[in-house]
Design a protein around this ligand. Structure first.
Ligand code: HEC
Length: 137
């Protein structure tokens, strides 16, 4: 009986981006804040980094509709889906830094801290661009 209540409560507390049943970053990652200045946080600085490290799986536009993505299990997350809105910048940064076992490489030793935050900025930019498109029709 108590267990049932516990189960229900934890289901309700799942973040929305966890619609696929997984949130990989620990709760503490939500509090991580970007150290970038406004000049460093320009999306065009994150773009080449994203295209090099992420686009092969998540697609150049973030929608994960690449041939490689179709063949993968689990499938790469659609980074421009509305569910991404509930994922905090710190969680995206954490996933980029630490990767996801067997699914996604860790960038911790491949890129500087600043570059990883610049990718976070670009992922947000892609979602923003998708939102703008959705509102047009
Ligand atoms: C080799 C393919 C691959 C590459 C390269 C890759 N990813 Fe992923 N990524 C995945 C897969 C697969 C998942 C889904 C894993 C799952 O559902 O368990 C994922 C999940 C994610 C998630 C969602 C995590 C969550 O907790 O819901 C984010 C955000 C993400 N990737 C961002 C990135 C970014 C940014 C880059 C570039 C630095 C990147 N990925 C590079 C394959 C990749």
């Amino acid at each position: 009986m108590h267990l049932t209540i516990l189960f229900l409560t934890s289901a309700l507390l799942l973040p929305a981006h966890d619609g696929h049943g997984k949130a990989h970053a620990p709760a503490s990652a939500k509090a991580l804040k970007s150290p970038l200045t406004a000049a460093q946080a320009k999306p065009e600085l994150g773009k080449p980094l994203y295209e090099k490290a992420c686009a092969s799986c998540h697609g150049p536009d973030g929608s994960a509709q690449t041939a490689a993505a179709a063949a993968m299990k689990p499938k790469p997350t659609n980074l421009v889906d509305h569910r991404m809105d509930s994922m905090k910048d710190g969680e995206i940064y954490w996933v980029i830094t630490n990767g996801i076992a067997k699914s996604m490489p860790a960038m911790k030793t491949q890129m500087s801290d600043q570059e990883r935050w610049q990718i976070v900025t670009y992922v947000r930019h892609l979602r923003g661009a998708q939102k703008a498109k959705d509102h047009k029709h």
